[in-house]
Every structure is written in structure tokens, then in C-alpha cells.
Design a protein around this ligand. Structure first.
Ligand SMILES: [Zn+2]
Length: 252
């Protein structure tokens, strides 16, 4: 059975959408992940999680939306960023196109934390219109297992945690010879209770936050299995849920 929408014909899609009101939509970013990892890290991981979950649940996955909200990485070459508004509007149009084929439940697999605010705003907005969006993030789903596998300094952007998942999924585009360890700098303006609009370059020169040289394929595989297991549970739960129980309640 085909579980990638773009591999289906319209006839097969009609069959699927007549029987199912739920899909999986991976989104990510194309941004620097240190000298050893591919720019596509966030969208490639999201795609892999979405497609593996699709295989295990029979729920269709869409193509990944590759560009996200990541202008804070732009001084590192090849980072292709869009504004939060453009990102939100683009994902919204995709969701509305799905609604045309009676989809009411959309599980977004978000591979990049910088997209979360725009996605949350969209989910609230579309719930009003009767479309239920849930947002899955692998590092949150693996909250229990990650601290057991990685030390705090291995858990930052492009550090061992993320690099390990890349090694498990697509080792041929990870170059561990170029992996570095870099302790992030503390910006002088950052004091208790203060949020400042800093870029990645304000913290690190390599793009790595912490220790990346200790990345391991084995650990990456464990993380991937753990997060797919969680997502499968969620998709199955949503599959059988009634839309009336998910959308916004009317005023009392
Ligand atoms: Zn990332």
C-alpha cells in the first residue's frame, strides 16, 4: 500500500480520502547544522519520522515542507529562511487544500523548533474552522530517553544528539571528520529574565552548540525508534477520534 501522497494517482488519492480524514505533514528547515551535518537536517529527520509512521499506521504522509523560520542562522551559508508569516500562510494553504478533500485532522511533524510559534498560531486558527492540527516534535517526544543517552553538552543544536539521528538515518551525508566541539558563548546583554534577539553567530562560530564529536549511530537509532513509537500511538489515537471531540467548543 502506498503511504506517500505524491506517489499515488488521483484515483488512489480519492480512495484514501474517501476512507480517511487524517494525514501526516512533515515540515522543517534548511539551515546550518555545523560543519559535519547537512543543511537539510531538520526537514530530512521530520520526513523520515513521518514516512516511517505512515508505513506503520497506513496513514498517508505528504511531502516535507523544507523551508522554515530560521533567519537566525543566516550568516552561515546555504541557510534558506522564510518569514514566520510566509511559513504560516504556506502551511495554512496546504491544510486548506487538504480540507477540500475532507481532511479534518492533520498531524504536523515539525523538525525545527523555530517553526513552533507559527505552527501553534495556525493550529489555533484552523481549529476555529473545524480542522484539528496536532504538532509533533521528536526532541520533546523523546524527552525521557534523551537525557539518558546524551550529556547536557551533547544536546544543543547540531551537537551529538542531532548528529546521531542524522548518522542513523542518512550517514552518507554526515562527515564526522569535520565534527567539532564548541562551548556556546554567553552574550553580555543576557541577564536573568531577559530575552534578546540574538543570532546563532552570537553564540558559536562553528554553528555547533556543545559537543558533537561523540555522536553515535546506535544512539541515533534508539532515538528514532522511540520517537516513531510515540508518533504511531498519537496517530492511531487521532485516527479513531471523532472530529466533534477535537474542534473548538461553542460558547456556553
Ligand atoms: Zn536541527
Amino acid at each position: 500500500m502506498k503511504v506517500r501522497l505524491h506517489e499515488m494517482s488521483w484515483v488512489e488519492a480519492k480512495e484514501y480520502f474517501t476512507m480517511n480524514d487524517i494525514v501526516i505533514l512533515p515540515v522543517g528547515s534548511n539551515e546550518q547544522h555545523g560543519p559535519q551535518n547537512p543543511l537539510g537536517t531538520d526537514h530530512l529527520i521530520a520526513k523520515a519520522i513521518a514516512e516511517e509512521t505512515a508505513k506503520r499506521t497506513g496513514i498517508v504522509s505528504l511531502q516535507v515542507v523544507p523551508f522554515g523560520v530560521s533567519s537566525h542562522h543566516k550568516q552561515f551559508w546555504g541557510t534558506i529562511f522564510v518569514s514566520p508569516r510566509t511559513f504560516k500562510d504556506y502551511v495554512k494553504d496546504v491544510c486548506l487544500a487538504l480540507e477540500y478533500y475532507n481532511v479534518r485532522k492533520i498531524v504536523i511533524v515539525n523538525g525545527h523548533g523555530g517553526n513552533l510559534a507559527a505552527l501553534t498560531e495556525l493550529a489555533m486558527e484552523l481549529r476555529e474552522k473545524g480542522i484539528f492540527i496536532s504538532i509533533f516534535q521528536w526532541w520533546t517526544a523523546a524527552r525521557k530517553i534523551l537525557p539518558e543517552l546524551f550529556k547536557p553538552e551533547e544536546r544543543g543544536h547540531a551537537a551529538a544528539e542531532e548528529t546521531s539521528v542524522n548518522l542513523a538515518l542518512h550517514p552518507y551525508i554526515v562527515d564526522m571528520d569535520k565534527a567539532v566541539d564548541e562551548e556556546p558563548r554567553k552574550h553580555f546583554a543576557k541577564t536573568e529574565g531577559i530575552t534578546v534577539p540574538l543570532d546563532t553567530l552570537d553564540y558559536t562560530s562553528s554553528g555547533v552548540f556543545g559537543k558533537s564529536t561523540t555522536a553515535s549511530t546506535e544512539k541515533g537509532k534508539k532515538v528514532f525508534e522511540a520517537v516513531v513509537t510515540e508518533l504511531v500511538k498519537h496517530v492511531n489515537l487521532l485516527k479513531s477520534a471523532k472530529i466533534e471531540d477535537l474542534i473548538r467548543k461553542p460558547k456556553v
